[in-house]
Every structure is written in C-alpha cells, then in structure tokens.
Design a protein around this ligand. Sequence first.
Ligand code: SF4
Length: 94
Amino acid sequence: MFVRVTGEDWTRLGEKAERVAGFIGNRAYMKMTAGHCAALEPRARADGSTDFFCTIYEVRPQICRDLARGSAECAGERVTKMELRPEQVWRKNL
Ligand code: SF4
C-alpha cells in the first residue's frame, strides 16, 4: 500500500498491470517484492554498489511522475515510507 495505482495508471500500465500491481479491497497498489516496489530492479555495478531502475518508467503511476527523482518531496516520501517498512528489508536494499 505504498504506491497507489489509479484507474488511469492501470490503463497506462496496459499488459504490465497484472504483473506489477494488484488490488487490496477495491483499491490498486504497486506490488512489493523484497521490501521494494515490484517494478524496481536493483542492478549491481562493477564497483560493488547498486543502481536502482524503474522497469516501467515510461508508464509509471502518476504519483511517481509527481515526485521528481531526487527532489526534496521524493526524499521526504522515502523517509516516511521507510519508517513503515521492516528495517532489515530497506537496509538490505540501500
Ligand atoms: S518509480 Fe517505478 S520503481 Fe519507483 S515506485 Fe514508481 S513504479 Fe515503482
């Protein structure tokens, strides 16, 4: 229940919708995998650090479009939502 998926988002996602999003009651959200959005793909760099890619970037939900990557608003959302996730999960995925 971290990333809401509206009807317009679902339509934009097209055939990807069922893979990355699902319903809880009558509301849809991005699915979670290993403590993060199911569309987020961690990729290891040669130097051992990790890059994070949105695999549905072109059709991502509106809330993801509204929060510019790296903006203060985005950072605030991450901190707020991190507090709701088990610490061992988000620490592992940093
Ligand atoms: S930008 Fe992509 S990976 Fe990040 S929360 Fe939105 S859909 Fe998921």
